[in-house]
Design a protein around this ligand. Structure first.
Ligand code: HEC
Ligand code: HEC
Length: 291
C-alpha cells in the first residue's frame, strides 16, 4: 500500500502535473484507512532506501535511494513530530495538504522553488544548509513545526526530495551565501545610526515607525501568490527567520523571496546594516532604552 502511494506521487508528478492530485488523495485516504503500523512503513522506508521498488500498479520508482527515502519521510508520520510534511504541503508538494485550509499562511508550494529564508542573494535558490536550518528551527507563528528532533539523515533526505519537486534545482546553480561580517559592538551610537538608516530606507512604510508591523501600507500587502501578508513585528516577540543578530542581518540583506520584503544588499553598506540590526534589537522591551 505504501509503495503504491509512493509510485502514485511519482506518477502524478511525472505524467499528470500538479493540478491533478485527486487520484493521489483518494489513494491516500485508502492508505489512512488500512494503514496499521509505523513499523510497517519503516520497513518499506528501508526497502525504498535500499534499491528499486516493485510497484503493484506497474510503475517502478527510480533507484535513487535518498529520494525514495526522502519521499517516505515526507509522507510518513514521524514519531517526534505531530504532523508529516504532506498533511500541510500536500501529497504532491503543491501546498494544498488537508491541513492547509486551517492555516493563515499557506504552506510552501515546493514546485515553485521560491524560498524565503536563504543565505543566498535575492532571487536565487537556498543552500541545503539553509533548508536544514529552516526545517530544524520551524517557522514560528505559521504552523510549520520544528523538526530538530528528526534524525539528521531523514532531514537531509526529505530536503533532497522537496528539491526534486522543483525544476529550478536542476537548471540553476546555487549561488554563494552573502558575506556577513563579524558583529560590531552594540552601542548607543550604533542604535542611533540604525534608527536613521531604518527611516531613510523606508522600512517604516511597512514595519511602522515603532517597528511593530503597523506601517501605513501594512494592510495592503500581498505575497507573490496574491495572499495577504503582514510585515513582521520587529519588537522582539517571535522571529521566523531566527533570533540572532546574524539572522536579522541576513533577512535584511537577502530579502524574503515571494514576499514584499525586499533585499537591501545593494543599498546598505554592512556597517549600516549592523547598526540597523542593533536598532531593531533595541526595540525589544527588554533592552534598557531606545535613544
Ligand atoms: C502543520 C503544517 C506544516 C507541516 C506539518 C510542515 N510544514 Fe513546512 N511550512 C508550513 C507553512 C505554513 C509554511 C510557510 C511559512 C511561512 O511562509 O511563513 C511552511 C514552509 C516550509 C518551507 C519553506 C521555507 C522557506 O524558506 O520559504 C519548507 C522548506 C518546509 N516548510 C518544509 C517542510 C518539511 C520538509 C516538512 C516535513 C518534514 C514540513 N515542512 C512540514 C507548514 C507545515
Ligand atoms: C514593502 C514592505 C516592506 C518593507 C519596505 C520592508 N519590509 Fe521587512 N518584511 C516585510 C514583510 C511582509 C515581512 C514578513 C514576511 C513573512 O513573514 O513572510 C518582513 C519581514 C522582515 C524581517 C524578518 C523577521 C522575522 O520574523 O524573521 C525583518 C528582519 C525585516 N522585515 C526587516 C526590515 C527592515 C530593517 C526593513 C528596511 C530596511 C524592511 N524590513 C523593509 C515587508 C517589508
Amino acid at each position: 500500500m505504501v509503495l503504491n502511494i509512493m509510485a502514485c506521487v511519482k506518477h502524478e508528478r511525472r505524467h499528470m502535473g500538479r493540478a491533478s492530485c485527486f487520484p493521489c488523495v483518494t489513494l491516500l485516504v485508502g492508505l489512512v484507512l488500512t494503514y496499521d503500523s509505523y513499523a510497517d512503513l519503516q520497513s518499506s522506508v528501508d526497502q525504498a532506501a535500499s534499491g528499486v521498488l516493485r510497484i503493484t500498479n506497474g510503475h517502478a520508482c527510480p533507484p535513487e535511494a535518498s529520494l525514495s527515502h526522502g519521499r517516505a519521510v515526507y509522507l510518513r508520520n514521524c514519531q517526534s513530530c505531530q504532523r508529516n510534511c504532506q498533511s500541510c504541503h500536500g501529497i504532491c508538494g503543491d501546498g494544498n495538504g488537508d491541513y492547509a485550509p486551517t492555516l493563515r499562511i499557506k504552506p510552501r508550494d515546493f514546485a515553485a522553488g521560491v524560498y524565503k529564508w536563504r543565505s543566498t542573494p535575492t532571487g536565487s535558490l537556498p543552500t541545503d544548509e539553509d533548508l536544514l536550518q529552516t526545517l530544524s528551527r520551524g517557522v514560528p507563528e505559521s504552523g510549520m513545526p520544528a523538526f530538530a528532533g528528526m534524525p539528521e539523515k531523514d532531514r537531509l533526505a526529505v530536503i533532497a526530495y522537496i528539491k526534486s519537486l522543483s525544476p529550478r534545482f536542476n537548471s540553476e546553480p546555487v549561488e554563494k551565501p552573502i558575506p556577513i561580517p563579524p558583529e560590531p559592538a552594540m552601542t548607543m551610537e550604533s542604535v542611533k545610526k540604525g534608527r536613521l538608516a531604518y527611516e531613510r530606507m523606508g522600512c517604516t512604510a511597512c514595519h511602522g515607525a515603532a517597528g511593530n508591523g503597523w506601517g501605513p501600507i501594512a494592510l495592503s500587502l500581498t505575497d507573490d501568490d496574491g495572499h495577504p501578508i503582514r510585515p513582521a513585528d520587529l519588537t522582539g516577540s517571535t522571529w521566523k527567520g531566527g533570533c540572532q543578530g546574524e539572522d536579522i542581518y541576513r533577512s535584511i540583506m537577502t530579502g524574503l523571496d515571494g514576499t514584499p520584503m525586499p533585499s537591501f544588499e545593494k543599498q546598505l553598506p554592512p556597517d549600516e546594516a549592523w547598526a540597523m540590526v542593533h536598532y531593531i534589537q533595541s526595540l525589544d522591551q527588554r533592552w534598557p532604552g531606545v535613544p
